[in-house]
Design a protein around this ligand. Structure first.
Ligand code: ZN
Length: 325
């Protein structure tokens, strides 16, 4: 193993990407209800007739970025094994009752519970994707978006983590532990929690520090559709670190892709042993290189290779009303 070890452990989640149905409804929920900023409005580079929305803190800090491909009329996905099934955000523990009240006022039913000693609220987004708010005494600092409907004391503080549902936890756990350099920090029934670095189960300095693996041996495979999480992305500090990951994953027989230019980061993809699609994304260049901070998300951004088709692409995308920006 030693000769095929990546040079640095991944320091946390970079972004999570999911599939939505109606674009406007998705936009309204993540900005208007959860107070996330639309930091980038672009298209699916592999399918330019579909939007790609990026919701994050004010600047799109790594570990705060939830992205969606909204497909009008998309069939709803079926949760199953071999996929990520929940997106968890950090909030201040004090803010959880206010969140429960806010969600109830907006007609969203949130269930309060506790996991590994931390309080949490669980609810569904409009496409039935599970969203969790995990309370901690000292949630990570992010760049709060002042233009949103949620005050700083209630603000989402980036990802807490995500949950993977798998039929056999052992090989996925081994990947996180041996390749990613993460540590198992808690176990409860069939749920095992892995943390980047030496983070404790509660309280952490950076967002996106936890991945839970839930083992359900007889669960059928999921079917991707609206409300499904498409992939989760881990951070690589730079291109060199990503290249080292690519060599490591290829040597481990994991079928990693070549580097794809996603304009705001560069990406490689592979399927972990239970079939969950993983990505390793560079921290740079980030979301500020093609728009000033005050204008993030306000115009449709296209990569250079799609600019010649802008008129046709704009005509094929549904019109959106962006409020509160
Ligand atoms: Zn991605």
């Amino acid at each position: 193993m030693a000769e095929n070890h990546p040079p640095a452990a991944s320091s946390g989640l970079h972004h999570i990407t999911a599939i939505a149905g109606d674009a406007q409804r998705n936009l309204d929920f993540y900005t208007g209800v959860l107070g996330q900023r639309l930091v980038k409005k672009t298209v699916n580079f592999d399918d330019p007739g579909t939007y790609h929305f990026y919701f994050a803190d004010e600047v799109g800090s790594a570990g705060t970025v939830l992205t969606f491909f909204p497909f009008a009329g998309a069939r709803r996905g079926v949760r199953g094994s071999g996929e990520a099934t929940a997106v968890a955000y950090n909030v201040a523990a004090d803010a959880l009752p206010d969140w429960q009240a806010r969600l109830a006022r907006l007609g969203i039913d949130a269930v309060a519970s506790e996991r590994f000693g931390a309080p949490l609220l669980t609810f569904a987004d409009p496409d039935d994707m599970a969203v969790e708010l995990v309370g901690s005494a000292q949630p990570p600092q992010v760049r709060h978006w002042q233009g949103g409907p949620v005050g700083e004391e209630m603000a989402l503080r980036g990802f807490y983590g995500t949950t993977l549902q798998v039929r056999n936890a052992a090989p996925s756990a081994a990947l996180l532990r041996d390749s990613f350099g993460w540590h198992e920090v808690a176990r409860e029934g069939n749920r095992r929690r892995f943390a980047a670095g030496a983070a404790a189960p509660q309280g952490n300095a950076a967002p996106g520090q936890f991945v839970d693996i839930v083992e359900l041996p007889s669960l059928p495979a999921g079917r991707q559709g609206a409300g499904s999480i498409h992939h989760i992305a881990f951070r690589a500090a730079d291109d060199g670190a990503q290249a080292a990951w690519q060599r490591h994953l290829a040597a481990a027989g994991l079928g990693v892709t070549d580097v794809r230019d996603r304009q705001y980061f560069r990406s490689i993809y592979f399927r972990e042993p239970n079939g969950v699609l993983f990505e390793i994304a560079t921290d740079g260049p980030g979301f500020l290189w093609d728009e000033p901070i005050e204008a993030l998300g306000s115009a449709l951004r296209l990569p250079p290779w799609l600019e010649p088709q802008r008129t046709r692409i704009e005509a094929s995308l549904p019109a959106l009303q962006v409020v509160g920006v």
